[in-house]
Structure formats: C-alpha cells, structure tokens
Design a protein. Structure first.
Length: 417
C-alpha cells in the first residue's frame, strides 16, 4: 500500500512541474517520431541514386534487386523491432527502452553515410529499422499511460503527425542535399534525443504499478498473444499499414517511371513533401474527428477514402501531370487520420503489463506482409506491367480492412474502461 501511495504521490505533487514534464515528454515523443519518419523514408527518395552508385553493374535487374533488399530488409527490421522492443519495454520500462532505441537509430543511420557497399547499407538499414520499430511503439505506449484522458486522443493524434513531419523533412533534405551520404548524417538528431531521454524521462506510474503486482496486473496472468482485441487491432492497423508503407516506399520510384524528360529529383522530393504534408493535416485533425463521429466511423471513412484515391492514382495514371499532387495530398490525408486515431486507440485495448508488446504486435504484423511484398516488388512490377499496378495490388488490402471494421464488433464497445 505504501508503494502504491508513493506512486500516486509522485503523479500529483507539484502540478506545475508535472505539467512541464509532460510537455517535455510530448516534445521528445514528437521529435522521436519525426526522426523516425525522416529516417524511414529518406532511403526511398535517394534509392535510385544509392542503387545506381553501389551496383556492380548497371543492369536494371540488379538495381531493382538492390532497391528491393534495402526497402524490404528495413521493413523486416521495423516489424521485428516493433514486436521485440514492445516486449522489452514491458519488462524494463518505457523510458529506458525509448532512450536505447533512439540511440540505436542515430548510430545505424549515421553508419549508412560511410557504407562501402550495398550489402552494408542493407545491414545498417535492417538494424536501424529494428530501432525505429521500437520508437514508434514505445512513444505511443508511454503517452497513453501518462497523459490525462480528457485530451489524450488529441495529443496522441498530434504526436502521430511526427512521422509525416519526418516524411516532409526527407523531401526537403532531398531538395537541399544532393549527396546521399551527407543526407544520412541526419542520424545525429535521434542520437541527441537519446541523450536527452536518458536524462529526462521517468517511468510511467502505471508501468511501475504493474511491476509491483498492484491492481492484480501480474496475478491475472495476461498473455501478449492471447489478449482480447489482438486480432482486431492487428488486422485493422496492418491492412492500412500495407497500403500506406507501399506508397511511402515506392511512390517516388513510381513517379520516376512516369517521367520522360526529367532526372526526377525535384518530383521525387516534392512527392515526399506532399505525402508528409497531407499526413500532418490528417494527424492533427484525427483527435477531433474521433470526438465528433467516433472511432468506427472514422476508420470506415479512412479506408474508403484511401482506397478510392489509390484506385484513381495507380489505376488510371499513365503519365506524369500536376493533378497527381492534389491526389497524393488527399491520399496522405486519409493515411494521417488513420495513424492518429489508431495510435490512440490500439494501446487502450490492452492491460498495462502487456500493453507495449501487444501494441507492437498490432502495429507490426502487417509490416511482415509488407516486407515480403516489397522484397518481391521487382518481380511483381515485371509480372503486373508496372509500378502502378503493383501499388494498386497492395492498396487492395484496404478493402479487407474496410470489411473487417464494418462487420466486427464496434471498437468503442471493445475499448477497456
């Protein structure tokens, strides 16, 4: 009982100081997600150049193979990291795990700048992906446990836009920095954030309570992989993620394939900035949209909108024109809403002692499928007759997510009180 009171006291004493601390956690989580967004997509905007410079031959087959390895292994690492770091943070705490992940992201990203072969780039991107997967899960889990319930959905929606802010930033980096090796020095930012996190972050009172057997958290025998809501969360988040990540990974290359008299640097950078911009607006508005129409209707709107725009873009576009830009803004807007509302909603499905691990599984189950699909994209492009058709195929997963939300139990009813 004394330990329980101590934890409660720590969360109530000095409201002004606590408020300042909460905002500092918010800033660390936001910048961590923004760094993750930049580092996740920066390889995509430089991918044609990286593959061309590091290939031993200039054949399109080898360049496509190198591109597939770089993207697919990063996604595989992200999936592994999201699941394993979630489990680790359930054991050792959110603060320690987040600081360790941010440090790893910085180190492995800077390492790419000095890679002498594409195999080393693939290895470093794999390790960096593992760390980024942890950042994305732990930031949302930590905020879900420490932020007041009244404004939690809005604040977490705003933090979720850190990722599209990072995507926008990767487009700016591409426009300003021609040398891809210099671009990857941006890993210094998460390395700096790691130092601040080690000094500033504290473990959440909820996690501390779960470690002390308070409120029966340990006695209940909660299992990460038998938790109610696990399948629902994994399918809903995973199907959206497959379409989202295929767009972020391959849209610059798809745009390049539509161009005839341009090097593509400006167009590729502009596309990534637009993807980020639309995601930012969607993420900011996601909390208010959820409050206005509820999680279920918001999800259905996101799946419907994203699928419709994907069909329009990938199914009917045969040459580059400027109408592509507003269409991409609309697509990323729906993606942004979905990431904001799901980042808030999914952690709330699970008990504290298994929250990060179960959330990590939901966030990353679909990424395993995406990694396999991306790895085989070169073959799919040839088989289906172009990047647009391959991306349209990945967007078809949105239809699965739509019907799963439509026919399953209402998310509002399944959220723990």
């Amino acid at each position: 009982m004394a330990q329980t009171l101590a934890i409660a006291d720590n969360s109530e004493v000095g409201r002004d100081k606590i408020s300042a601390y909460l905002w500092s956690v918010f800033l660390i989580c936001f910048l961590g997600n923004a760094s993750a967004g930049t580092i996740s997509t920066i390889a995509s905007v430089y991918l044609p150049v990286i593959a061309d410079q590091l290939a031993t031959t200039t054949t399109s087959e080898e360049i496509n193979e190198i591109s597939a390895y770089i993207n697919a292994l990063y996604l595989a690492g992200w999936a592994i990291g999201g699941m394993t770091w979630g489990l680790i943070s359930d054991k050792i705490g959110r603060a320690k795990s987040l600081a360790m992940c941010l440090a790893s992201v910085g180190i492995f990203t800077i390492g790419v700048s000095f890679a002498g072969s594409w195999e080393i780039v693939v290895l470093l991107r794999l390790l960096g992906g593992i760390a980024v997967g942890g950042v994305m899960v732990i930031t949302m889990t930590l905020l879900s446990e420490i932020w007041p319930a009244k404004t939690r959905s809005i604040v977490m929606g705003v933090v979720s836009i850190g990722f599209p802010v990072g995507i926008f930033s990767s487009g700016l980096v591409n426009l300003w920095v021609n040398d891809w090796r210099q671009a990857f020095l941006i890993g210094a930012i998460p390395l700096l954030l790691a130092g601040v996190s080690f000094l500033r972050l504290k473990e959440s009172p909820q996690w501390k309570a779960s470690q002390l057997n308070i409120d029966g958290a340990k006695i209940t025998g909660n299992s990460h992989f038998k938790a109610p809501g696990l399948l629902h969360g994994a399918v809903v988040f995973g199907t959206m993620l497959i379409a989202l990540w295929s767009a972020f990974s391959w849209m610059p290359t798809w745009v390049q394939s539509l161009l005839q008299d341009s090097s593509g640097q400006t167009e590729r950078g502009s596309v990534m900035m637009i993807l980020g911009f639309g995601g930012i607006i969607g993420g900011i508005l996601s909390g208010w949209i959820v409050k206005a129409i509820g999680v279920r209707k918001s999800m259905l709107v996101c799946f419907t909108g994203a699928l419709s725009i994907s069909i329009l873009l990938y199914g009917f576009t045969r040459e580059f024109s400027f109408w592509i830009y507003p269409a991409i803004i609309c697509l990323s807007f729906f993606f942004g809403i979905s990431q904001g509302l799901l980042s808030f909603y999914i952690p709330q499905l699970f008990a504290v002692d298994i929250r990060a691990g179960a959330t990590g599984f939901c966030f990353n189950a679909g990424r395993v499928i995406t990694a396999i699909a991306v790895f085989s994209l070169g073959s799919l492009v040839l088989f289906l007759g172009g990047y647009g058709n391959a991306l349209l195929l990945f967007s078809g997963f949105l239809l699965i997510g739509f019907f799963f939300v439509l026919l399953s139990k209402s998310p509002e009813q399944s959220t723990p009180k």
